[in-house]
Design a protein around this ligand. Sequence first.
Ligand code: HDE
Length: 720
Amino acid sequence: MSEQNSIDEQSKNHSLDDYRKGAGEEMTTNDGQKINSTDDSLKAGGRGPTLLEDFHFQEKLSTFDRERIPERVVHARGSGAHGYFQPYESMAKLTKAKFLADPATKTPVFVRFSVVAGSRGSADSVRDVRGFSVKFYTEEGNYDIVGNNIPVFFIQDAIKFPDLVHAVKPEPDNEMPQASTAHPSFWDFISLIPESMHMIMWLLSDRALPLNFSTMQGFGVHTFRWVNAEGKSRFVKYHWKPLVGVHSNVFDEAQKIAGKDPDFHRRTLWDSIEMGNYPEYELGVQIIEEEDELKFDFDILDSTKLIPEEIVPVQPIGKMVLNRNPDNFFAETEQVAFRPSNIVSGIDFSDDPLLQGRLMSYHDTQLHRLGSPNFAQLPINRPVCPFSNNNQDGRMQMEIKTSRVNYSPNSLGGNLPAPVAEADGGFVHHPERVEGHKVRERSPSFADHFSQATLFWNSLSAGEQDRLVEAAHFELGKVPHLEIKQRMLDRFNKVDGELAKRVAKGLGMPAPTEPATPNHGQKSAALSQAHTTKTAKGRKVAILAADGVNAAQFSMIKQSLSALHISSEVVSLFGGSIVNTEGGKIEVDKTFLTTASVLYDAIYVPGGEQSIEALIAHGDPLSFIHEAFKHFKPMAATGEGVDLISQADLKGIDFGNVNGKMSSQLGVIVSRDPADMATFTTTFVDAIKEHRFWTRPVPGTASVKAAAARMVSQKQQVKS
Ligand code: HDE
């Protein structure tokens, strides 16, 4: 059996298999009575009223009436996938968790990615934090890491969570806006909660616009504990690093994707798994010795802080591969119930007050959402190991317990089920020593709200900073209240004075008069996406073509892309198929009406006189190319394809001397007569790996405006 097959088999062996059910051959009622018609209700005469005795009608309609369960109050919009996790080496020195003890152990996982603010039917690509929840079905019970794609959080204490969520959700009077933070109540709240400033910087950055789920980092956010067999405890922070690097959309693109394909992230995840381009993530940990707990200039229990990787390196410990799509969205992705309180021996909690609140809230929310304390028995939530206790009854008890006793201790049932000693795997909470007065207060060690916001700002590339400033213009530009904007400018001024001035300019407001907090000048390279892994695997190219497309150029690029796991779609004027210069038939995947440039990572235009004439005459291909250029995407053209691309108003690209020799300018690769298609293809693939060409002088974008502003201020400085 190939390695891939064995992995598939392994992940399918997860206990869900017992519950999978295809369509039966004969239609029956829920109780098995065969149905002879499901198209007309039972009536007294063809035109008469429907009869109460129509049990099939009643069951069908009343089941339908109850199809929806309450959506998650946050993270309602989500997409799931199955896979497995495998450690690189034994972690036994640090934790007694069995699933981390042996590199041969493959633990099945179910992962749910989500958008926080939007409703279940909202669009995927909006500016927001993404949830990154992983359920490990270990031999010792389920372990859930319920994290986000941003390493810090808005608030420090769980008691503020309902306030935060009320503020971010659509406003209560008119239920607007959907899936967006760009509204007064959110910024009102944020401007009054200084601890949110670090997270706000991340939210305004490219991180909040992930390209797709495979290019998204994940974080456990809180500090947790690992405990080894000797009972030694250490603190741990979790990091999921996507093997293809961390990449994002640009805002204009993300907004358009929300209309063109609201399911963009869900679809990309689904399609990449179907194509065998499995999303892969490396799990890394930062380990902090207990004795070092207080050595940082922030509190490791404060979830608005991260531990810079330069201070505590991230140690890769294993890999997660997502290799199977769910069979049924509701049964799996909707009913999966994550709980940060689901842990296994060898793992424990810290006293982070945000985490402590979550330990209660998730269980509570599942009771409400899934409607029964028996939610853990649902196929997607069941552990793969045996489970047994004296919990009794409740709605939808799915097991028929045969024991006479349901209490402990008992003598009638041999005192079973019996608690398990620690040595045999019984969970024992780490005996952390705690003492203190009962107080409602915030630890003074949680008081610095701005240093790490400044660290993040300093760590971004110039382009990332430009886009962050533009995001602030957009978000606060949707807030008509001057006092809220003023408060936010004061906050930005505590992060960096120049940042505050730039945000003020876009809002048409005076810069803060208070002196800015001096910038400490520290950076952390890991916080920027500019240094991320570059790979073309999993990217999607639009090939623009019509009848008469050059056969050789088309097939050379198409085949080379597919060999590198880069998918491509033929986009043409009409559906059906087109004919190439050699009379061969090429299937059309999409038309300019059924797709859009924002749904691709790159464009290729093969030559062929007739094809290019038709594309130019139509017009839409020109705006398709122009838009992709504006979104900094790589593009290539060969032969007459250069005529099309050169008419698409690509500022800063010189097509004057393009001839047989290849020209590669700012991610636009063209050749009129490519003698060496292999070199051409390699150059194009390298450009696809680059993902975006941020230095393009794209009018109307933040980078151009910021460059212009910098030039003006440099000139002014020279004059003075
Ligand atoms: Fe959540 N969060 N959260 N959250 N959260 C929920 O649980 C909550 C927080 C996160 O894919 C809810 O099942 C409180 C941080 C994810 O099913 C709810 C606090 C982080 C998901 C809830 C937080 C998260 C949720 C809503 C403040 C990143 C989706 C439905 C302490 C580390 C899980 C549900 C999925 C979902 C409560 C803060 C991540 C209400 C009280 C910090 C990924 O229980």
